[in-house]
Design a protein around this ligand. Structure first.
Ligand SMILES: [Zn+2]
Length: 172
C-alpha cells in the first residue's frame, strides 16, 4: 500500500519467463497481503504493515490463493488457454507471489518483520535500495513481462495459423 497493483509486475514478469507456473495463484499472491492495510484502514484494528506482512502472511494466504485459482480454472475453463491446473505448482506459485510482496515491501517499510513468527526483527531489508528503485524494478517487470507475454502469444497464434494453412494446402 498504496501502490498495491505495482506488485503485480513481479508476477507478470515471472509468469512470462516461467509459463508453467499458475498465473492466478501467483498474481493473487503478489497482492493479497494488502488486505491487511485495507482491513486496518476500514476497522482501525491492527497495523498498516503488521504480522501479515511476513512469513506468517505467506502461511495464511498460500492455500486461499491456490483455492481461488482452482475456482477460476474450473469455472472459467482456463485449461483451454493455460497449462493444466496442478496443485503443487499452484501452491508454489502462491508462495512465490506472497514472498515477493513481503520482500518488496520490506525494502520500503522499516516495520516489516520478514520472518515473523520465527523472528521479530524489523527492517532487515529496509533501504537496501531506494524506494524509487524498488518501484522502478516493479514497473520495469510489469512492462517487460507484458511484452514477453505478448510476443509469446503472438508466436503461438502465428504457429497455429501456419499449421492451419498447411493443412489447407494438403487438403487441396
Ligand atoms: Zn503490502
Amino acid at each position: 500500500m498504496p501502490f498495491t497493483p505495482m506488485h503485480l509486475g513481479f508476477g507478470i514478469f515471472l509468469f512470462s519467463i516461467l509459463p508453467f507456473l499458475d498465473p492466478i495463484a501467483l498474481l493473487i499472491g503478489t497482492v493479497i497481503i494488502d488486505l491487511e492495510p485495507i482491513f486496518y484502514l476500514i476497522t482501525g484494528i491492527g497495523r498498516m504493515h503488521g504480522i501479515m506482512h511476513s512469513t506468517l502472511g505467506v502461511i495464511v494466504f498460500f492455500i486461499p490463493a491456490s483455492v481461488i485459482s482452482w475456482l477460476c480454472y474450473r469455472f472459467l475453463k482456463l485449461d483451454k488457454y493455460l497449462h493444466k491446473y496442478n496443485i503443487y505448482l499452484s501452491l508454489i506459485s502462491g508462495i512465490i507471489g506472497l514472498f515477493s510482496h513481503v520482500f518488496f515491501d520490506a525494502i520500503l517499510y522499516p516495520e516489516i518483520m520478514f520472518f515473523y513468527p520465527f523472528s521479530q526483527i524489523n527492517g532487515i531489508l529496509y533501504n537496501i535500495m531506494s524506494s524509487r528503485t524498488d518501484y522502478l524494478i516493479l514497473g520495469i517487470m510489469f512492462i517487460v513481462g507484458f511484452l514477453i507475454l505478448g510476443i509469446r502469444y503472438y508466436l503461438k497464434y502465428a504457429k497455429k495459423k501456419k499449421a492451419e494453412e498447411n493443412l489447407d494446402l494438403v487438403r487441396r
